[in-house]
Design a binder for this molecule. Structure first.
Ligand SMILES: Cc1cc2nc3c(=O)[nH]c(=O)nc-3n(C[C@H](O)[C@H](O)[C@H](O)COP(=O)(O)O)c2cc1C
Length: 167
């Protein structure tokens, strides 16, 4: 498992090749296996595969130009009617997003997390575009596709970020 974590990198160049439905299902299943506060699992996943929609999302998201090449994208959203503590909703969705990235990596599918929350204008624009109900908060967008770039293994070690027992 840890090999997978270190292999995951943000991929922003994709081959012009669709993803099999089974791969998308497997990625969604991994998302739903994420930890969830009170185990309410108040997430929703909008899977976008239509070329026209992906191209338009690339225009809407200021740092999402790679969506023009992506085979698919998943918008991870939280349902405020199921989880009223929005802080928890965002954390659950972040955990689900990370699972999406890791499962994609395990399938040799490239992925990149595109921030949506907490950029309010971006959240609104994406919600309007994809007809997301008002009670559903869009949290993150993941671009997916077979990679057309290779990146070295992630090898981080930040000694300054570690504190034993006391700060
Ligand atoms: C909350 C969040 C928002 C991000 N938003 C974007 C984005 O809008 N566009 C993008 O290209 N990458 C985005 N990224 C990816 C980061 O740039 C990337 O994870 C970071 O540069 C480290 O590279 P790595 O993922 O290859 O380890 C985002 C990552 C996170 C966690």
């Amino acid at each position: 498992m840890s090999k997978l974590i270190f292999r995951r990198r943000s991929i922003r160049k994709f081959k012009d090749e669709p993803l099999p439905d089974e791969a998308i299902s497997q990625i969604l299943k991994a998302a739903m296996a994420a930890p969830s506060a009170n185990n309410v699992k108040a997430w929703h996943f909008v899977v976008i595969t239509k070329r026209e929609l992906l191209d338009q999302l690339a225009e809407i998201h200021p740092y999402g130009k790679m969506l023009k090449e992506a085979a698919a994208a998943i918008l991870v959203c939280g349902n405020t009617q199921k989880q009223s503590v929005t802080g928890y909703l965002y954390m659950d969705c972040a955990a689900a997003t990370q699972n999406i990235l890791l499962e994609a990596t395990s399938l040799d599918i490239g992925s990149v997390w595109l921030g949506v929350f907490p950029r309010e204008a971006r959240m609104l624009e994406i919600s309007n575009f994809l007809k997301i109900p008002e009670t559903i908060l869009p949290v993150s967008l993941v671009a997916l596709g077979y990679p057309a770039e290779q990146k070295p293994i992630n090898n981080p070690w930040q000694a300054e970020a570690i504190h034993y027992n006391k700060w």
